[in-house]
Design a binder for this molecule. Structure first.
Ligand code: SF4
Length: 216
């Protein structure tokens, strides 16, 4: 019979292969082309991804949703936006008439969209020059939450600033500063930024305080 561990590693390998197939290819040496998804996440993580990458562990098929849609007939071609001599490259999941769609997996129904998804969608609205943008979150049990946003110039200027910062740091081979956020706990570079993750033994408080153990 197939052991638990074997089964898990088969699923992990399958997720990994599909993920590699679907991910946006980045030419690490071409620092004059910055990809939009590199600047809506932690810049330090994007820098490490180019300079000294480490495999990311994928958690489920939900994460692959956006990549799968990009490959289907609805998927749009990538588009570039010139920022002096730097090209900012973005790609939306679906483009219908004047509306841009991005799709994301979620573990539960959200009340507000994720900040990095809003930044991504807003930047796409400038890159593709479209007035309407929609983010669709889909949970594992197929519940969907939809948010529509209008184009915001200030938000796009912040993206342009981050593109320039990443480009400069790549040129100078300088590691960006830490950007602590909830992203860190899932980040493959956690130990480079903070400390070694340890599996601590669960403590029996009652026993420590001299009241005997619950297990007694
Ligand atoms: S651990 Fe956090 S600060 Fe460090 S690279 Fe990852 S996301 Fe960025």
């Amino acid at each position: 019979m197939m052991g638990d561990r074997d089964f898990r590693s088969i699923v992990e390998n399958a997720l990994d292969s599909i993920g590699k197939e679907l991910e946006i290819n980045i030419d690490s040496a071409d620092i004059q082309t910055i990809h939009l998804h590199e600047v809506v996440k932690c810049l330090r993580r994007s820098y490490y991804d180019r300079i000294d990458p480490q495999e990311v562990q994928r958690r489920g098929f939900n994460e692959l949703l956006s990549g799968l849609l990009r490959k289907l007939q609805y998927g749009s071609d990538p588009k570039e936006f010139a920022i002096d001599d730097i090209k900012l490259k973005g790609q939306v999941d679906m483009l219908i008439d004047d509306s841009i769609f991005i799709f994301r997996g979620a573990t539960n129904e959200l009340e507000t969209p994720q900040a990095n998804d809003v930044l991504y969608l807003n930047a796409c609205m400038w890159i593709y020059d479209k007035p309407d943008g929609i983010i669709v979150y889909i949970t594992g049990d197929r519940k969907e939450t939809t948010f529509s946003i209008s184009r915001n110039k200030k938000m796009f200027e912040e993206i342009i600033r981050r593109v320039r910062v990443l480009n400069d740091l790549l040129k100078e081979q300088k590691t960006p500063i830490l950007e602590p956020s909830t992203e860190c706990s899932e980040c493959q570079y956690y130990e480079r930024c903070f400390m070694k993750k340890k599996n601590t033994k669960q403590l029996d408080l009652a026993e420590m305080l001299g009241f005997g153990s619950k297990k007694d």
